[in-house]
Design a protein around this ligand. Structure first.
Ligand code: ATR
Length: 269
């Protein structure tokens, strides 16, 4: 380790933060590119009530880059100097870059969804079910709208699904109509079902078939939804891949280098 007074500090903040894998992933990337004396990445537990003081701290300590996770992605927005156009559209910021005291907010979550999907299929014309209508769903529907996919949004609160469809296109449904996903090419779960209880899935086994791609944005071990999908021989994308690709885009924003994705992935596994 060769940390000096010139080493740039990057960090992830959240509440809770103890289980974040981002420090492992980013530091592995710095080592892979031999820039580990130029950058270091740590994690800080910051409560949402303290977000303004944290932003003052970024300026005071000249922290170089920040990744944001729950519950900061919206709360941070009023305190930044500039918000990139896509982050503005999505309505959430998961990345802050400090350039000479100018703090700019970006969103890379949508790339975390788009990149692994595009590695598997051409999205144009594909029917895609997005489950949920929160921040992660907004990033997903925005991503899909850039590729001319046909999007159906299913949410417990139908009004939120309708608002999302109104912003980026697509049709809105309540969960009562979830059976429609049987006919769809791709299923993306962005709800928190499966996060607290890994044995819960909003999608029953019988709605999944082997021709589908099933993406669960919930990260952690194998969720029930991913387990169901594998048992039907469907293709799967886990939340770990979303974490990887949103992190890879952040890595480029922080360092200017393209991310060593394989090394970062190995660090996660
Ligand atoms: P995020 O920003 O991570 O997407 P969020 O904004 O809190 O998180 O959104 C959580 C999503 O999970 C919402 O779509 C929520 O549905 P509502 O809009 O009806 O609240 C959905 N969700 C959470 N718990 C759920 C449950 N038990 N059953 C169905 N949907 C659930």
């Amino acid at each position: 380790m060769n940390i000096t007074a010139k080493t740039k500090i990057c960090m992830v903040i959240g509440d809770p933060i103890d289980h974040s894998l981002s420090p492992k992933m980013h530091n592995a990337g710095y080592i892979a590119l031999s820039i580990e004396s130029d950058y270091i990445y740590v994690a800080c537990h910051v409560k949402v009530a303290d977000i303004k003081q944290f932003i003052d701290g970024i300026r005071a300590m000249n922290i170089h880059g920040v990744s944001l996770t729950i519950p900061h992605k919206i709360a941070v927005m009023p305190y930044l100097d500039k918000i990139d156009e896509v982050a503005q559209k999505i309505g959430a910021v998961n990345t802050i870059v400090n350039e000479n005291g100018m703090l700019t907010g970006y969103n890379t979550d949508w790339q975390g969804i788009l990149i692994p999907l595009e590695k598997m299929t051409d999205l144009s014309g594909k029917s895609v079910a997005v489950l949920g209508a929160g921040g992660a769903a907004r990033a997903a529907v925005y991503a899909l709208s850039t590729k001319k996919a046909r999007v159906s949004i299913f949410n417990r609160t139908i009004e939120k699904a309708a608002n999302l469809a109104n912003d980026f296109g697509g049709e809105a449904f309540s969960l009562d109509e979830l059976e429609r996903i049987k006919q769809m090419d791709i299923i993306i779960n962005t709800t928190s079902v499966g996060l607290k209880n890994i044995n819960e899935s909003l999608v029953p086994l019988e709605y999944i078939n082997k021709h589908q791609i099933v993406f669960d944005a919930v990260y952690g071990n194998e969720t029930q939804l991913i387990h169901f999908a594998k048992s039907k021989s469907a293709k799967t994308i886990t939340g770990l891949e979303m974490l990887l690709y949103q992190g890879a885009e952040q890595f480029s924003l922080f360092t200017g280098y393209s991310a060593p994705v394989i090394d970062m992935k190995n660090a996660l596994l």
